[in-house]
Design a protein around this ligand. Sequence first.
Ligand SMILES: Nc1ncnc2c1ncn2[C@@H]1O[C@H](COP(=O)(O)OP(=O)(O)OP(=O)(O)O)[C@@H](O)[C@H]1O
Length: 265
Amino acid sequence: MTRVTVENVWKTYGKQTVLERINFETAPQSFISLVGPSGCGKSTFLRMLLGDEKPSQGRILVDGVPLQAEPSPDRGVVFQKYSVFPHLTALQNVMLGLELGQSPVLGRLFGKKRRTARDMSREMLKSVGLEAAESKYPAELSGGMQQRLAIAQALVKRPKLLLLDEPFGALDPGIRAEVHEILLALWRETGMTIFMVTHDLSEAFKLGTRVIAFDRRKTRPEELEAYGATITFDLPVMRKIVPPSGAVTSPAETAEAMPKVAVAG
Ligand SMILES: Nc1ncnc2c1ncn2[C@@H]1O[C@H](COP(=O)(O)OP(=O)(O)OP(=O)(O)O)[C@@H](O)[C@H]1O
């Protein structure tokens, strides 16, 4: 069960402060929804969790260990679009995650390892309801199916952390609700921690065990460069979690993440 600790994280690009003083800790098996206005640094924060960007100040720890400065199989990511490779079939897309992880130079596995990777990938496709589509290319799949494929590709390596950057933004409401259910089932089953950036507040509260908002406290034009966004509210969502054992518990973080005042400025 993974715990993420964010200690006084700042991010600047040149003179522009994007994020400042970000501090929080997650309970194991959290589903954190990150919300906030456009340009407030949500994707930048996700890229720091992914290891694609480094904090300018402060640090991020996963289970007490400082985050490595490069992407690792411990972290899976799904973007709104273009997460899957168009020239590979659904099965090849999922297998690629395992092949690159185990054979970074060739990007291919052989013999028993390949058969194991294929079996794991088929199992993963089944868990997102795509078992009948394994030979199809992404262009032959609907938007919802492509996002389910992207989730399968990210999860086949059993990451501790799943990072989702507006993964459902391009889906229509019916399909979106379907993919929500699949994601929630996988989250409960695996015990991973999820960070999801979304512009949709109802989605944030429906899926998250905790909703964190970033925003700027200083908004005068002359202050825009010098002051970044910070956490303006941090709310636990009261919802029952059903772990794989079937025992019903309250969200683990409810005790530690007390609601904070939801006011910026
Ligand atoms: N590599 C970079 N170099 C310079 N500035 C950057 C870089 N990446 C992001 N920024 C700046 O950081 C700020 C935050 O961008 P970011 O994409 O994280 O915001 P966001 O909250 O995810 O926005 P949106 O909701 O519109 O996707 C923006 O002003 C952006 O221009």
